[in-house]
Design a protein around this ligand. Structure first.
Ligand SMILES: Cc1ncc(COP(=O)(O)O)c(C=O)c1O
Length: 379
């Protein structure tokens, strides 16, 4: 049997090949590469999928976060950028972009530790952090890590009480739900990524901003194209951060399959959960309704995470550590961020987590091969 990759994007392409080939061919024929008809159509379909008033296609998940946080500075503060006295609470156990976009929007990240059972930011610690820093906190950027929804009831209650914004980093959680509401639609703004490996992935970089706030939507649309309603008469320091027509065309096809694919992920999870539950040295992902399992991430308790990774690799099975370094340990955040209390859980998680293959089109025999290899290691 061939090796088992984390994902098999070529198999996914073959699954919908005719549709994708036709969609690309249409673009070749109309040649409307910049904000072409597919972008408009994708924004419309995505608004419908999320049941939100506005969707703006942008060039990546990183840009979705950046434009969202910049638009909030303009709306809430009347300034183009936040400043370093403005603190934005987020998790350190995430991809760099969650933290660096806060800095690039002018503000300072305030890292608050995670709940070890979900790997998401700990709401109780958010409250304590806001109480300590009081008026300085202007917003919260929760991340639905691995596709597991954050407790948005608690986060929105805190945001309301302290009058701070919420930008949901929904990069890893397309279609994930909290209390039957799709994540990304609960806070002021949702930032989506269509990086190729995401649950809904394009064939390059792409992202989107979703919001029910029309003023924010208008500002994000401006920031996406240099910062003006008219690109020859500009108001704000903007970006060139449009969603490509060809990516929108591909995403329109893949959107039709996303719920089916998320369901396929859940079926694989059932097999993993059932087969791995008796291994004492590992902790399985928490079972939470609405989870879309962007990653299936286990925790290895006996200190042998890297040895397990090596063992799997020798068997031809890929695995990944998301993330080996929490953000507070990176040079880029030195002197540009604050830390609330200790971030022990994030540090511990970064030493113990391992994500194993979860490709929606994985065959059962491949899932079993991964399971056998893990069982053999702990025998
Ligand atoms: C949690 C998180 N936030 C933000 C991003 C940034 O998205 P992109 O790679 O599309 O810029 C990613 C993914 O790469 C991510 O996983």
């Amino acid at each position: 049997m061939k090796g088992i990759p984390m994902l098999d994007l070529y198999a996914e392409y073959l699954y919908m090949k005719d549709d994708i080939d036709n969609a690309i061919k249409k673009c070749l024929e109309h040649q409307k590469w910049i904000l072409g008809p597919e972008v408009v159509e994708f924004e419309r379909k995505l608004s419908k999928y999320f049941e939100v008033r506005n969707c703006i296609g942008v060039s990546s998940g990183t840009d979705a976060l950046l434009l969202a946080i910049r638009a909030l500075a303009i709306k809430k503060k009347g300034d183009e950028f936040w400043n370093t006295d403005d603190l934005v609470i987020t998790t350190p156990f995430t991809f760099t972009a969650t933290g660096d976009t806060i800095i690039r929007a002018g503000a300072m990240p305030l890292f608050v530790d995670i709940d070890p059972s979900t790997y998401n930011i700990d709401s109780k610690k958010i409250i304590r952090a806001i109480e300590e820093y009081r008026d300085k906190v202007v917003g919260i950027v929760p991340v639905h890590l691995y596709g597991l929804p954050c407790n948005m009831d608690e986060i929105m209650e805190i945001a309301k009480k302290f009058n701070v914004f919420v930008v949901e980093d929904t990069a890893q959680a397309f279609g994930s739900k909290w209390s039957n509401k799709k994540v990304g639609t609960i806070g002021d703004i949702g930032a989506l990524s269509f990086f190729p490996s995401k649950n809904l992935g394009s064939f390059g970089d792409a992202g989107a901003v979703i919001t029910n706030d029309d003023e924010i939507s208008e500002l994000v649309r401006m920031l996406r194209v240099h910062g003006g309603r008219d690109k020859y008469n500009v108001d704000y320091l903007g970006y060139k951060a449009r969603l490509d027509t060809i990516q929108a065309a591909i995403l329109l096809v893949k959107l039709k399959y996303i719920d089916e694919f998320n369901e396929k992920r859940r079926k694989i999870v059932q097999i993993y959960n059932e087969s791995l539950k008796n291994i004492e040295e590992i902790v399985l992902p928490s079972i939470v309704d609405g989870h879309v399992y962007h990653q299936y991430t286990i925790r290895i308790l006996d200190g042998r995470r890297d040895a397990l990774k090596k063992h799997l690799s020798e068997k031809g099975i890929d695995s990944m550590v998301y993330y080996p370094l929490p953000l507070q340990k990176m040079k880029v955040f030195e002197g540009r961020s604050k830390i609330f209390e200790e971030l022990k859980e994030s540090e511990k998680a970064s030493r113990e987590v391992l994500s194993i293959p979860i490709e929606p089109l994985m065959k059962e025999e491949e899932v079993c091969k991964v399971i056998e290899a893990i069982k053999e290691f702990f025998k």
